[in-house]
Design a binder for this molecule. Structure first.
Ligand code: ADP
Ligand code: MG
Length: 366
């Protein structure tokens, strides 16, 4: 298990101090795939560099399997941490062939005096690693004779060469074009799951985070905002900017009619009628609140159909094949909302529809 406690790091720059990490806490279970998600500049690379031992924090403790790596009076050198890293640019040594790039990962471990995990010979180990990343027979190629995806897999093999207890990956797929990215992601995820490696991957790409992670940690301005399972964060984001970072959010003004008391649920009034919102923190009666709803939790049906909700007029629609989105403006309000529907059920611009919440809707009070 990796444990990061109270980590802070300030850079002093010509433009003034920058707090890259502010009291960051993080727990990564052994064998889990954790993705740290944050916009550019949120502190992701700094966090990985501190864990890897390339950066010394101003305060805080980094522990791996109960061994302190960085602490008030401890600093273990990077090559002795048993931590592998795939850097943001994935940089392979251009003058070394694929075999030697991977073997370098082994040498780095051996000069640290701790290369003991593998009884096999280095050449044999390189062959094993090439097979692992699906590049058998590529040992003699030079990095510039490989595709972006192949280079990324070599960088991964190099990081895995010494059998690290923890693998860190810094935006490893950002240089790949969109078509390739999804398939390389899946391959890497399956490969690492097979090895039962503990992984911390950082990215600014929410799709990558939601699709790859067991556990997602959201960072903003050097702070951890929220951590949890991908579906928890998507449906129960801590705040609106997290909600919008993770996907499309429909925000409706609302009034809290009945406060929560100890019940953990409130009754609110919004453009779609009166709604019970469950699982809330203590909330009192108030005039102005906001509801957050995901577009796939809203439904359209023909006008005149009975039931909950409100009527409105369809504006712009977007067809994506598997599904589509419609913008709907509700009658008597300026409230426009995005609704996600099956591709075959997409209404037409100008059509009159009834909008309601789907029965399983997860409505959040913000
Ligand atoms: P991310 O990887 O999420 O984009 P970084 O960890 O690279 O974020 O950077 C966090 C903040 O720290 C940014 O404001 C960045 O400009 C600043 N920063 C990063 N590295 C340095 C450095 N070596 N010197 C000064 N400022 C830095
Ligand atoms: Mg970065």
């Amino acid at each position: 298990m990796l444990r990061v406690e109270n980590l802070s790091k300030r850079y002093v720059t010509a433009g003034g101090p920058v707090d890259a990490l502010r009291e960051v806490d993080l727990v990564v279970e052994s064998g889990s795939f954790t993705v740290v998600l944050g916009a550019s500049g949120s502190g992701k690379t700094t966090l990985l560099r501190v864990i890897a031992g390339f950066e010394v924090p101003d305060s805080g403790v980094v522990t791996l399997d109960d061994k302190v790596l960085t602490g008030p009076s401890t600093f273990i050198a990077p090559e002795h941490r048993n931590v592998g890293i795939v850097a943001q640019d994935g940089a392979l040594f251009p003058h070394l062939n694929v075999h030697d790039n991977i073997a370098y990962g082994l040498r780095a471990k051996r000069t640290g005096g701790r290369w003991r995990r593998h009884s096999t010979q280095p050449d044999q180990r390189v062959e094993e690693l090439l097979a692992l990343v699906g590049l058998e027979g590529y040992g003699n190629r030079s990095p510039n004779e490989l595709s972006g995806g192949q280079q990324q897999r070599v960088a991964l093999a190099r990081a895995l060469a010494p059998g690290p207890g923890l693998l860190l990956m810094d935006e490893p797929f950002s240089a790949l074009d969109a078509g390739l990215r999804v398939s390389v992601r899946e391959e890497v995820r399956d490969l690492l799951a097979g090895l039962n490696t503990t992984v911390v991957l950082v990215t600014h790409d929410q799709n990558e985070a939601l699709s790859m992670a067991d556990h997602v940690v959201i960072m903003r301005d050097g702070q951890v905002i929220q951590a949890g399972r991908p579906d928890e964060l998507y449906h129960r984001p801590a705040d609106l900017s997290t909600a919008e970072f993770l996907g499309t959010a429909v925000v409706l003004p609302a009034k809290v009619l009945v406060g929560s008391g100890a019940s953990g649920s409130v009754e609110v009034e919004c453009a779609l009628g009166a709604i019970i919102v469950t699982d809330v923190q203590e909330v009192g009666v108030r005039e102005s609140a906001r509801l957050m709803i995901r577009p796939e939790h809203l439904m359209v049906s023909p006008v005149g159909s009975s039931g909950e909700g409100a009527e409105g007029t369809v504006g712009a629609v977007n067809y994506y094949g598997h599904d589509g989105t419609a913008r709907v403006e509700l009658d008597g309000s300026q409230q426009e909302m995005t609704i996600r529907v099956k591709g075959s059920e997409l209404p037409k611009p100008g059509e009159r529809v009834r909008v309601s919440l789907s029965p399983d809707a997860d409505v959040r009070l913000m």
